[in-house]
Write a protein that binds this ligand. Structure first.
Ligand SMILES: CCCCCCCCCCCCCCCCCCCCCCCCCCCCCC(=O)SCCNC(=O)CCNC(=O)[C@H](O)C(C)(C)COP(=O)(O)OP(=O)(O)OC[C@H]1O[C@@H](n2cnc3c(N)ncnc32)[C@H](O)[C@@H]1OP(=O)(O)O
Ligand SMILES: NC(=O)C1=CN([C@@H]2O[C@H](COP(=O)(O)OP(=O)(O)OC[C@H]3O[C@@H](n4cnc5c(N)ncnc54)[C@H](OP(=O)(O)O)[C@@H]3O)[C@@H](O)[C@H]2O)C=CC1
Length: 515
């Protein structure tokens, strides 16, 4: 019997952010490996016109929970949705629900956050700092709380090259900043944001760092641990390979590449792509929850969940595996054949963005207008370029994260738990993982049927023929307007043709001689 799975048996667990990418996988793993847990309280807000029940029902009926439902038939009875909105006082939780949480909760996993890079500082502070502060205050009143696990990010201190498993102080006290933001108007906050975040790329990484400081300052007697994952990608093994449900991180750009929108990307090809599978992060999280509750370390331990130091993989390797996978299993209705490469300087980036992104988009929109349809390609390309600009910081740098605590924890697991809660990134085969990642994006994110692959390949062959035809017509136009009109251009053309002819006849002669 797994020691970790047994630990969660009979427990009342509170998960914030349970409707998010990682929260769902955390819930699924708990229900599948500890079906005898007492209850999982999930803080949920109404969204997109759906009530709490509708959201939870839709979530629990998605493919992710199929295996868990086989093992835990009464799965719906184990889930207790509680209305909450992190932007509201007391997280918007009613007095009755709060009373139940304070009385019964044994374990808290705090996943909820805004992960947007372009959130105004006030909004990011509210969700990633103030809401954490309020949850900590709530936790301090819980009668049976054993452990509080806080999700931060490995990039909370991305302004440093080497990052240890420690909490780094920020230049401004969180409390002072929170008090100031209360009376400052948005225009002033916008103006001071670049100075506050110093050399961090966005408000997301800055407020995650502030959130860690708040966790430390308001820890009281709480038994707390912090998890810092890097770029969380699709699932590696559990509950099945390739599961992903959002456009964050690499996902949007992988789709852009598969659809033929993305043809060039400014990146440092030899930079480490620090991607970690979501199920590996959740395995570490559950192991940390068990270890922290049982061993009650004297101080808050930070656990890095990264791949670069233990099993590094480069952007160039991953990128071209992405392209190779979409060659075998193309996405449907591609705009162009998937074909992309890196640029490494601003000039070539600007040039390729103009030639291979914006010019084709403008021409396609012109075609759409001619055929009476609404132009949309230029808007899509601009959105992709905006996303790339937001991710540029992360794909043109590498970091060194220590992993002492994570490796220590690995040594504390029984053989069975090392299999059931495998968070050893050294076991990951990147080529296989990236292929499953892309296939997962096709199946689970884009809901494309694998039976449609032959048709998608035919579509790509048609695009290839159109591409060749377009190039031929372009050449003839160039010929007609330049070479046919200019003696110099004609001389150059004849020189090139004669050179090619001589090379070919030499090549043919040498191969005949060899025989
Ligand atoms: C396995 C990886 C292999 C890749 C190797 C690369 C090599 C390349 C070689 C050549 C190319 C070969 C092909 C390979 C292509 C893959 C390239 C991957 C690049 C690597 C990416 C690195 C990622 C690093 C980031 C990690 C930081 C730390 C992680 C964390 O701690 S938190 C999680 C990270 N957070 C996020 O990712 C959120 C980021 N998103 C945002 O902040 C916002 O979405 C935004 C980017 C600012 C855009 O905001 P907008 O307001 O403009 O849009 P909005 O979000 O409102 O959405 C509007 C509509 O657009 C759709 N949409 C949203 N996001 C995307 C997206 N990323 N791509 C496409 N479309 C997107 C959204 O659905 C909305 O649509 P609508 O509802 O229909 O309107
Ligand atoms: N994904 C990644 O690459 C990484 C993520 N992390 C961290 O992991 C945690 C989870 O990330 P991930 O699952 O990817 O994020 P998601 O964006 O998928 O999920 C965020 C969760 O927070 C909830 N939330 C956001 N705003 C509110 C609000 N106002 N009130 C109530 N709930 C709210 C969302 O609820 P709703 O569904 O209603 O919007 C959702 O459940 C975060 O703390 C993030 O910083 C760390 C490193 C990498």
């Amino acid at each position: 019997m797994s020691v970790i799975a047994a630990f969660y048996g009979g427990k009342s667990i509170l998960i914030t952010g349970a409707t998010g990418f990682m929260g769902k996988v955390l819930m699924e793993k708990l229900l599948r490996t500890s079906p005898d847990l007492k209850v999982i309280y999930i803080l949920v807000r109404p969204k997109a016109g759906q009530s709490l029940q509708q959201r939870v029902s839709q979530m629990m009926n998605c493919k992710l929970f199929e295996k868990a439902k086989e093992i835990c038939p009464n799965i719906f009875e184990k889930i207790r949705p509680i209305y909450s909105d992190l932007t509201k006082p007391d997280l918007g939780i009613s007095k009755e629900d709060l009373e139940e949480l304070l009385t019964h909760t044994n374990i808290i996993f705090h996943c909820a956050a805004t992960v947007r890079f372009d959130d105004p500082l006030r909004h990011a502070l509210q969700l990633n700092v103030i809401a954490t502060q309020q949850l900590l205050f709530m936790a301090s009143q819980m009668l049976k709380l054993e452990v509080f696990i806080h999700f931060s990010t490995a990039y909370s201190n991305c302004n440093l090259k080497h990052i240890d498993e420690v909490i780094y102080p920020c230049s401004v006290e969180p409390k002072k900043l929170i008090d100031s933001v209360e009376w400052l108007d948005d225009s002033i906050i916008e103006e001071i944001t670049p100075k506050l975040i110093e050399n961090r790329p966005n408000t997301y990484t800055y407020t995650k760092a502030l959130g860690e400081m708040v966790v430390y300052q308001e820890r009281g007697n709480l038994n707390i641990a912090i998890i810092r994952p890097s770029i969380v990608g699709a699932s590696w093994q559990e509950p099945f390979p390739g599961w992903v449900d959002n456009l964050n991180g690499p996902n949007g750009l992988i789709i852009a590449a598969g659809k033929g929108f993305l043809h060039s990307l400014k990146a440092t090809p030899k930079a480490v792509a620090d991607v970690v599978p979501v199920d590996l992060v959740i395995n570490l999280t559950l192991a940390v929850g068990w270890h922290t509750a049982v061993h009650r370390p004297k101080s808050i331990l930070i656990y890095h969940c990264t791949s670069g130091s233990l099993n590094p993989c480069l952007w160039t390797d991953l990128g071209f595996q992405v392209l190779a996978t979409f060659e075998k299993a193309p996405l449907e209705k591609a705009f162009r054949r998937p074909n992309a490469d890196f640029t490494t300087n601003n000039f070539s980036t600007y040039l390729w963005n103009t030639i291979s992104h914006m010019a084709p988009a403008v021409m396609y929109d012109f075609y759409l207008r001619l055929t009476g349809r609404k132009p949309r390609m230029a808007k899509l390309m601009n959105r992709m370029l905006k996303t790339i600009s937001m991710l540029d910081y992360f794909i043109n740098r590498s970091w060194e994260w220590s992993s002492r605590n994570t490796e220590m924890l690995m040594s504390q697991l029984s053989n069975e738990d090392q299999k059931l809660f495998d968070f050893d990134v050294r076991h990951l085969n990147w080529l296989e993982y990236t292929e499953n990642y892309c296939l997962g994006i096709k199946k689970y994110l884009l809901k494309e049927d694998m039976a449609g692959i032959p048709a998608a390949k035919r579509h790509l062959r048609m695009l290839r023929n159109i591409h060749y035809l377009f190039n031929t017509v372009l050449f003839l136009i160039i010929w007609r307007f330049f070479i046919a009109r200019s003696q110099m251009a004609r001389n150059v053309w004849y020189f090139v043709v004669s050179l090619c002819y001589k090379f070919l006849s030499y090549f043919r002669a040498s191969s005949t001689f060899r025989h």
